[in-house]
Ligand binder design. Structure first.
Ligand code: DGP
Length: 113
């Protein structure tokens, strides 16, 4: 657990969140600022600053994030969904605890902004 990490606090249950799916190693909860009808963040319980660090230390966890994302989308009735890891401040990362965005429920354009 890292000091001053909001997602570590959510995983620990010290900050409330709308949790939609949990496993022994992963938690999925609704984004505070949804950008689509379904916008969920899937996070590992252990702290890693980004997806690459998680891949270095817990490569199996990356696959679990994707599988939970698929299950969350399916549970909401979505076959199509977008998965995003913003990595680094210039790419839009604002919380430095690995999180996979799951977006669905509207037409998603490309390229992203
Ligand atoms: P990113 O910009 O890729 O680091 O995404 C961080 C997301 O986290 C952003 O969409 C807003 C969301 N967020 C930040 N703080 C909280 C919080 O306390 N609770 C929830 N549910 N989401 C949060």
């Amino acid at each position: 657990m890292a000091d001053d990490c909001v997602f570590c606090e959510i995983v620990a249950g010290r900050i409330p969140a709308d949790v939609v799916h949990e496993t022994a190693t992963v938690v999925a909860f609704r984004d505070l600022s949804p950008q689509a009808p379904l916008h969920v963040l899937v996070v590992p319980r252990e702290h890693a600053v980004d997806a690459a660090e998680l891949a270095d230390h817990h490569p199996d966890r990356l696959a679990e994030l994707v599988k939970v994302a698929r299950d969350v989308a399916a549970e909401s009735g979505h076959e199509s969904y977008r998965l995003v890891f913003n990595t680094g401040a210039e790419a839009g990362q604002s919380v430095f605890h690995t999180h996979l965005h799951v977006l669905a429920g509207r037409v998603l354009t490309w390229p992203p902004g």
